[in-house]
Design a binder for this molecule. Sequence first.
Ligand SMILES: C[S@@+](CC[C@H](N)C(=O)[O-])C[C@H]1O[C@@H](n2cnc3c(N)ncnc32)[C@H](O)[C@@H]1O
Length: 322
Amino acid sequence: MTSPDLPAELKAAIDGKLRGFSRSDAAARAASISKTYRDGGGSGTIRSEADALAYALARMPATYAAVTASLNALVEIRPDFAPKSLLDVGAGPGTATWAAAEAFPSLQDFTLLDANDALRTLALDLARDSTRLRGIGYERGEARTALAKADAADLVVASYMIGETGEAEQRALAELMWAMTTDTLLVVEPGTPAGYGRIIALREQLIAQGARVAAPCPHDGKCPLQAPDWCHFTQRLQRSRAHKQVKGAEVPFEDERFAYVALTRAAVARRPSRVLAQPAVSKVEVAAKLCTPEGLSFTKVPRRAKEDYASARRWRWGDAVS
Ligand SMILES: C[S@@+](CC[C@H](N)C(=O)[O-])C[C@H]1O[C@@H](n2cnc3c(N)ncnc32)[C@H](O)[C@@H]1O
């Protein structure tokens, strides 16, 4: 399992960029970028080097943690998957590329693409001293245009990206990303009902084109959850001092909520159930909400079933269990 916290090389690269950079200025920029996201806007307000660094300080640890948690789930289902090439669509500061490089030592070719110049420049700066990532290729441009020119890759990732495009654009992008995927496509979104809605639409669209779900779902059927419920997960990550300063936060950690789907062309041999919320553990039983190959299940494991109870006590939200 890869750690959800930023790798030392990336932390050092960010710290290097921070020298001489005002934390209060970064905090103000990060607050304004966050407000734009909350109001439904995109990354268009990130225009300068200072904006890009503020974004990376405030959001990169959390999106890194969410992508890593999704990749860990994928690796658990497909332990033999050893991609050589990666395409990071809407790569921003390179978050998903760093996460994929940690999760898959097999990766050799890294292609990133994004329309945002400031984030692209920052990504190249952050990767400059990295042994694995100094040779990344980073195309600047609108995603579909850049994708059409790129080579297909074993692993294609779009992290916190598709929500920045309109609905029709999302469908066209999903189709193109799938066409460029030789093995697995991972899409990660914020763990909101809207983020889940985008994941579910893309999932349905691509299953109709032959994709199979590797994670989180244990089936390729219709999602059994009904509004106002939605499928999402949570990942805890540590906050550095600079991260706390930029967020004006005291607590040394945060919990990132995210939704994701990993779709593959490969056969999926293991399809364990997925824990959809933190189970309630009592002295009498473990009560857990599971997505199973047969649908939604509110499972109770009584204490008298000693061995099952002992293992169910260890279940965590997001785990694959059988
Ligand atoms: C919220 S950021 C996420 C960045 C990165 N993937 C991460 O997880 O930290 C969204 C990124 O998608 C890019 N993006 C959005 N729409 C795009 C499009 N149509 N073409 C290219 N890039 C796009 C933005 O420029 C921005 O860098």
